[in-house]
Design a protein around this ligand. Structure first.
Ligand code: UD1
Ligand code: CA
Length: 456
């Protein structure tokens, strides 16, 4: 939108969170609160909002670097003081959208409606309000008919004012010139000794400037996260929104109540998610894949038609028509091509498993390249670490690794090569060869006299 600028306040400590992390960096559906606010702001067409940072600013800057312009508020003297820091960046003719970094459920649709109303009416200020069953802690909106009179904070409110259920969401539109002027006139004379941004409405009232409210019907949007309880509340609401969204997009969630899907996860239609499953980060699942039960995937991709059961995976790519699990652990850098089978009690790390290869049972595969259609026998271990360094293993196409083989890296096993069960292989195995490393079996007849002793 032209001539529109956003200021997001995020300098406060979030004392009520009792945390070493700045409040806006607490995670909701897999990403920090502030990023949810940035998403909504970006969606209304504001490219580089100003973010007021103070407490834990390095952590915030690292997270949103490139998406916003940082303005430092060295001392946190209140929300009014926070916006004052942005004054040098604001122009008279601009519409200034002010938001809090702790209001993650706000939608871009609501922001659009607020901005449109504000600009169409040409007023000095428009406040986004909402009705709350339990308005405790929020600023209350005092009106005369439809006109806004003022906003009073919980701590400054009279018992009568506390009964009011229309609250200030902490999101506003201002005419740049009016905001700049009013901010020079506010004082910290209130219960908290802070420069309240909400005091600019008193200034506007005195000047006879016109102010409006825009009420969002969805009170969830107004939820400000100040405590761990409110964080959990926001998480529950957001989670429900995500689950509903994916069901509307053609995803089957067998048990939504035990399904957790992060905000940035992408699911294709006809994906099925079975109970007790958690999809995190930037995970993407393609059509007809079946995930779960009891599976946790973080930043993973899963190809069409794959099945992933009782699995934990992170930073792993699973191709098409793979069968993973039960009880598989895929660690970062795992890349499975199509039609791969990885079975129970198998751990794979930083390895490429080509099309059609199988690692069905009880194996550790690390820093390894497994060729196409190779079969890795039960209990195979790649010994990739000598206590100091890690070394690679290469297993050729159609190779057959016997059960309980130790492959001591660095090592290459050629195409079509075979290793005997129970071997510890330390030298490269040429293509098509058999490598066996174990002592001859000795048979001593009648070693135990058990049959005579026990009888039978
Ligand atoms: C504020 C509003 C209240 C509203 C509520 C909605 C004021 C005085 N009150 O109260 O009317 O109902 O939001 O959630 O504005 N911040 C700074 N610098 C500061 C102080 C705060 O950047 O010096 C930031 C915080 O990091 C936070 C946001 O401003 O992201 C809001 O501050 P917070 O202390 O949470 O305000 P509330 O008490 O919730
Ligand atoms: Ca707040």
């Amino acid at each position: 939108m032209p001539n529109l600028v956003a200021v997001i306040m995020a300098a406060g400590k979030g004392t009520r969170m009792k945390s070493k992390l700045p409040k806006v960096m607490h995670s909701l559906a897999g990403k920090p609160l502030i990023e949810h606010v940035l998403d909504a702001v970006t969606q209304v067409g504001i490219k580089r909002p100003l973010v007021i940072v103070g407490h834990g600013r390095e952590i915030i800057e690292d997270s949103i670097f490139g998406r916003a312009e940082m303005v430092v508020q060295t001392e946190q003297l209140g929300t009014g003081h926070a916006v004052m820091q942005a004054l040098p960046y604001l122009e008279d003719a601009q519409t200034v959208l002010v938001l809090s970094g702790d209001q993650p459920l706000l939608s871009s649709e609501t922001l659009h409606a607020l901005i449109n109303l504000h600009q169409a009416q040409g007023v000095s200020a428009t406040v986004l309000t909402s009705y709350m069953e339990q308005p405790f802690g929020y600023g209350r909106v005092i009106k005369n008919g439809d006109d806004l009179v003022r906003i009073v904070e919980e701590k400054d409110a009279t018992p009568d004012e506390r009964q009011i259920r229309e609250i200030n969401t902490g999101t506003y539109c201002f005419k740049g010139s009016a905001l700049k002027d009013a901010l020079t006139k506010i004082t910290p004379q209130n219960a908290q000794g802070e420069y309240y941004l909400t005091e600019v409405f008193d200034v506007f009232l005195n000047l006879g400037e016109k102010m409006l409210t825009y009420c969002t019907m969805d009170s969830h949007e107004a939820l400000g996260v100040n405590s761990r309880g409110q964080l959990a509340e926001a998480e529950a609401i957001f989670r429900e929104r995500i689950l509903e969204h994916w069901m509307n997009e053609g995803v089957t969630l067998v048990d939504p109540s035990s399904t957790f899907i992060d905000a940035d996860v992408e699911l294709a239609r006809d994906v099925t998610i079975l109970p007790f499953t958690r999809l995190m980060g930037k995970t993407r699942i393609e059509e007809d894949a079946v995930i779960g039960p009891q599976t946790s995937l973080e930043n993973c991709t899963v190809g069409c038609g794959s099945e992933v059961i009782y699995t934990v995976a992170k930073d792993a790519a699973i191709g098409e028509r793979c069968h993973i699990g039960p009880f598989t652990y895929l660690r970062p850098g795992t890349r499975l091509e199509s039609d791969v089978k990885v079975g129970d009690f198998v751990e794979i790390k930083n390895s490429l498993i080509e099309t059609g290869a199988k690692v069905p049972h009880l194996s550790y595969i690390g820093d390894t390249h497994v060729g196409k259609s190779a079969n890795i026998g039960a209990g195979t271990i790649t010994c990739n670490y000598d206590g100091v360094n890690k070394y690679p293993t290469k297993i050729g196409d159609y190779a057959f690794i016997g059960s309980n083989t130790n492959l001591v890296a660095p090592l290459e096993v050629g195409d079509y090569a075979v290793t005997g069960a129970g071997s510890t292989i330390t030298k490269n195995v040429p293509a098509e060869a058999l490598a066996v490393e174990r002592s001859q079996q000795v048979i001593k007849a009648h070693w135990h006299k058990r049959k005579d002793e026990i009888g039978g």
